[in-house]
Design a protein around this ligand. Structure first.
Ligand SMILES: [Mn+2]
Length: 460
């Protein structure tokens, strides 16, 4: 076994490692139950999985919660009187509150911090020149903590990678903390790079029927249509994806790419159907799948199940996979409705309504890539009692042509007395009910200005 310290130490700053060591020392000198608090998304769940597994192996008692760290939760924490708390994937913007909490604390985070602190050990990538948006996730920093605590924790790298994929980071991004973990994991045999289809493992018929991303128009969600499509290459729906030889795999790949291109998907999206992926050798699945399962647990309000999955509980995997399928079914239902009804089209934007606010953003993102007009960003509106919430999604292509949805949502929302903001490619807003029409008109105008003349009709 290569010594973990050397490989990592040569590439990341001493200051970062010193800070992690400080946290390890603080934990090792403590006694009693550790309070673990993490976010309920895939990165948060996987980070908690890494930390709790490491604590379990040290025979430390812990009490974990996967939450949104808001005022209510801080009130609850106040009443608990914890002596030692570890925050993951959060806490950097609530430093003051954490300082006032009393007790010892470690904060493991990759969101931009307000400042450093002396009253807790803040392991935030940004403080050490590591960009938390692309180079490190909470689960990958938690993993560094875990291997510094005990190098037998290297097997937990599966969760580190699943978590960073959950936060849309590329583990292979050069020079990143994620990449260092990936390389160490490859070297130790916990991960293999494999060219794989972006579909769940198991029977091909099920994988295609259940798939939401990629979404095959007229095929996804319909077993009969899947059967017909596969019949064109003489493939049985019961064939197991992992048992296909190269020739069969390539036939399958060709027919699926052709299908996507025929339905109007951009070539760079279709190309993502087959890519180099990370096979978790001890788990027998791809890191993306582990990430998806944890993500679904969080979205279906069962983040606890996601955590017990990350603690290696076998029964949880079966249950969590069922939950993942259930979640996909909800999203797929929404997508099949968009497929049938389409979106309303303005000059520069398109929009549709949905009642399921918890999956609205996901629906919009997938629909944008696979079902809707590729030349206009999409807005999905979810009317509630007094307000209407909104998610906006574009594509990399549109962003390249000047689209900044964060600006659009912020400006258009403010102009109607609401709030909004976010990233160039994905953002959101909340506006007073009844202002939807004005908002869409404003957004249409701003998008038109951002992309003025940049979209070439022939540029596909
Ligand atoms: Mn995160």
């Amino acid at each position: 076994m290569p010594s973990d310290g050397d490989a990592i130490q040569t590439q990341i700053s001493k200051e970062f490692l010193n800070r992690v060591n400080e946290a390890v020392a603080l934990l090792s000198s403590s006694k009693g139950t550790i309070r673990v608090i993490s976010h309920y998304d895939s990165d948060g769940i996987n980070a908690a999985g890494v930390i709790c597994s490491a604590l379990l192996r040290k025979r430390r008692a812990f009490h974990a919660s996967l939450v949104r760290l808001d005022t209510n939760f801080f009130e609850r924490l106040k009443t608990e009187g914890n002596k030692f708390t570890i925050f993951c994937d959060m806490g950097s913007s609530q430093i003051e509150r954490i300082e006032k909490m009393g007790g010892k604390a470690i904060i493991i985070d990759h969101h931009p911090p307000l400042r450093d602190t002396e009253k807790a050990v803040l392991i935030n990538s940004h403080l050490f020149g590591i960009d938390g948006a692309y180079e490190a996730s909470a689960s990958s920093i938690s993993f560094i903590f875990a291997i510094m605590l005990d190098e037998n924790n290297w097997d937990l790298c599966a969760y580190a990678l699943a978590g960073c994929i959950g936060d849309k980071q590329y583990p292979d991004s050069p020079g990143s903390l994620n990449k260092m973990i990936l390389e160490g994991a490859l070297e130790r045999g916990f991960i293999e790079k494999r060219i794989g289809l972006n579909l769940n493992g198991g029977r091909i018929g099920d994988a295609l029927t259940n798939s939401i991303d990629p979404f095959f128009r007229g095929v996804s969600g319909r077993k009969k249509e899947v059967e017909k499509l596969l019949a064109q290459i003489n493939m049985d729906i019961d064939a197991n994806i992992s048992e296909l030889n190269d020739e069969r795999l390539s036939a399958l790949h060709s027919i699926l790419v052709l299908k996507l291109l025929k339905q109007g998907v951009r070539i760079e999206t279709a190309e993502q159907l087959v890519m180099e992926r990370y096979w978790l050798t001890k788990k027998g699945m791809f890191a993306e799948e582990l990430s998806d399962i944890a993500d679904a647990c969080g979205r279906m309000n069962r983040s606890g199940m996601g955590l017990s999955l990350c603690l290696g509980h076998k029964g949880s995997l079966v249950d969590a996979k069922k939950l993942r399928d259930e979640y996909k079914k909800i999203v797929r239902k929404g997508l099949m409705r968009i497929e049938k009804e389409g979106a309303f089209s303005k000059k520069n934007v398109q929009f549709f309504y949905t009642e399921e606010s918890s999956t609205a953003g996901v629906q919009a993102g997938i629909a944008m890539q696979y079902l809707l007009d590729q030349k206009k960003p999409v807005f999905v509106l979810t009317p509630k009692k007094k307000k209407t919430s909104m998610s906006a999604r574009g594509t990399k292509y549109l962003v390249k042509k000047g689209l900044d949805l964060g600006f659009v949502c912020r400006t258009a929302a403010q102009s109607v007395g609401g709030t909004g903001g976010g990233h160039t490619i994905a953002s959101g807003a909340t506006i007073p009910k009844g202002k939807e029409k004005v908002f869409i008109e404003r957004a249409d105008k701003i998008v038109g200005e951002q992309m003025k003349g940049n979209i070439d009709e022939k540029d596909d």
